[in-house]
Design a protein around this ligand. Structure first.
Ligand SMILES: Nc1ncnc2c1ncn2[C@@H]1O[C@H](COP(=O)(O)OP(=O)(O)OP(=O)(O)O)[C@@H](O)[C@H]1O
Ligand SMILES: [Mg+2]
Ligand SMILES: [Zn+2]
Length: 531
């Protein structure tokens, strides 16, 4: 008898439905076909044991053929155990096949028939919903994660026995109710806050600008000046994630198994801090069966590269393309996988090897020439994508002792939200007006660059359109370029940042004070730093 069950295979951060056909006939052989990997091939042994340990029978003395389709997709891992096992039971008349086509079924069996936790449930549940399955049968630990998908019955099971009894209508399992995600600003789960940071008003202002415009930041300052402390707090002033953003981010964390048990959704913007010894594959993603890297785990959040000059140059180089595209594309002979990677980058570094160059009351002990060489280690591709250079000087003892605490993250975040709203409207109007102009859908690359949400992502064309300067502003910018010896790359960065400062100010046009402030955030382009 031929029976069909349905499982799923992960493909990047998405899942594909796998149809499992079980045919039981005369004979004694066991065939498993359809590009299974070693773990799938071993399923026969696990299934045999699991069935026997649960008073179920493995059909002895029969020929079992199991075909997994589509055949060209490699089937990885052990999560097909459960759908295969249920197919075998239905094929040998131990279970009615009536309800089998209503559910996507996933789960790895242990020998005693328990069902083990696994990776990538959210993309699988989304696929189940999109393919019109009524529900999904899965390991209990992941019920909340799958329940984020609305309109899908999530049936948690702990053992193969429970799955069998449920499908035979001998056990009723109520679909798991979704716990509403807490994405609103008021319920941010953070225990850290900007009000913990004493003084540092200039730095906080720069962070507010970075959060508002989505600008990448580099912090330059001596040891202990609070760089790490500040960096960690950036996510607390970013707007809360939308449900779509949270789902996207959760998918990535889910496929690498970084989502905790019984967790439904990544509710806070991620903050990732990979160590400087990280490999390029671990940073951007890759591997034989491609997995997302740190920059994708930081998707919709913050990536913090502390001690930037310590990272291998080649590791930083591989970030260039993803930062341009806000996604990583990994190509293999048979397929290409995209992992989203849209994050705000914060880099931090000491100003020189000893750490005290430009320090208010300590002397730099570095031999001449070392400072420049040190900075050169990070110049180039990555620095080209960083809009704000922030010099962090340590706060004084008196400031540290002060009782009065500064603004809370919530107060700052409210201003950030307003500035973001202005940008959202601006770029939304642009899409509309482009469609009105004859309604021609723009070419793929062009339309992608059009659908942006923050000033940091403006193309040069958009910069010319939205960052127009009157003669007074142009004059200030020209003088600053000359005075500080800014390189050409500083020019567009200053305009973008000025646009964000004007948005925070609620101003339609960029004014002189906006330009004057923006100019201050280009320390590394100044001649004295070797820019
Ligand atoms: N402005 C501040 N307000 C309150 N505490 C501060 C401030 N600046 C520094 N600190 C204290 O000093 C500690 C060290 O700061 P932090 O680790 O952020 O410095 P850093 O610049 O990252 O140093 P390093 O270069 O060594 O990594 C913080 O954990 C915090 O306790
Ligand atoms: Mg630090
Ligand atoms: Zn030094």
């Amino acid at each position: 008898m031929l029976v069909k069950t349905y499982g799923a295979a992960l493909f990047g951060v998405d899942a594909k439905t796998i149809t499992i056909e079980v045919n039981i006939a005369q004979g004694i052989n066991f065939f498993l076909v359809g590009l299974p990997d070693a773990a799938v091939k071993e399923s026969q042994q696990r299934i045999k044991a699991a069935l026997m340990n649960n008073d179920l029978k493995y059909p002895a003395g029969r020929e079992l053929t199991i075909n997994m389709a589509p055949a060209d997709l490699r089937k990885e891992g052990a999560t097909f155990d459960l759908p295969i096992a249920l197919g075998i039971l239905a094929g040998s008349d131990q279970l009615s096949s009536e309800k089998l086509d209503k559910y996507m079924i996933i789960g790895e069996l242990s020998l005693d028939g328990n069902i083990k936790p696994m990776k990538g449930i959210l993309p699988i549940a989304l696929r189940a919903k999109n393919e019109g399955f009524e529900g999904i049968i899965l390991p209990k630990e992941h019920a909340q994660e799958a329940a984020m998908v609305e309109g899908l019955d999530v049936i948690p099971v702990e053992t193969i026995r429970e799955a069998v009894d449920f499908l035979a209508d001998e056990l009723s399992i109520a679909p798991v109710q979704r716990i509403a995600p807490k994405l609103s600003a008021t319920s941010l789960l953070s225990t850290i806050d900007f009000s913990d940071v004493k003084g540092q008003e200039n730095c906080k202002r720069a962070f507010e600008i970075a959060a508002s415009g989505g600008h990448n930041v580099i912090l330059i300052g001596p040891p202990g000046s609070g760089k790490s402390m500040l960096a960690k707090r950036l996510p607390t002033i970013l707007p809360p994630m939308s449900l779509d953003e949270a789902l996207e981010t959760t998918k990535i964390h889910s496929v690498v198994g970084k989502l905790g048990k019984n967790v439904g959704l990544v509710e806070e913007r991620p903050f990732r801090k990979p160590h400087h010894t990280i490999s390029d594959v671990a940073l951007v993603g890759g591997g034989g069966y491609p997995q997302p890297g740190e920059i994708s785990l930081a998707h919709n959040g913050v990536l913090f590269l502390d001690e930037l000059p310590e990272y291998k140059r080649q590791v930083l180089e591989v970030m260039r393309q993803p930062m341009e595209d806000q996604m990583v594309t990994i190509s293999r002979a048979r397929f290409t996988i995209d992992f989203p990677a849209n994050f705000v980058l914060i880099a931090a570094m000491n100003p020189c090897p000893c750490g005290y160059y430009n320090h208010p009351d300590r002397d730099c002990s570095c031999p001449s020439g070392t400072v420049e060489r040190y900075l050169n280690k990070v110049s180039g591709p990555l620095l080209d994508r960083i809009d704000l250079h922030i010099e962090v000087t340590p706060v004084s003892y008196t400031e540290l002792r002060e009782e009065r605490s500064g603004e809370t993250s919530e107060v700052i975040r409210n201003r950030v939200n307003k500035a973001r709203e202005i940008q959202r409207r601006r770029f939304e109007m642009e899409i509309k007006s482009n469609l009105d102009d004859g309604g021609v859908r723009l070419s793929n690359t062009e339309s992608q660059s059009q659908i942006i949400s923050s000033n940091a992502d403006m193309s040069s064309k958009q910069i010319r359109k939205y960052c127009q300067l009157d003669s007074a502003c142009a004059d200030i910018l020209k003088k600053a370029m000359e005075k500080f010896g800014f390189s050409a790359r500083a020019y567009d960065r200053i305009l973008k940042v000025a646009r964000t400062i004007a948005d925070l100010d609620g101003a339609n046009e960029i004014g002189t004070r906006h330009i004057a402030e923006a100019v201050q955030y280009r320390s590394l382009d100044r001649k004295e730093w070797g820019g």
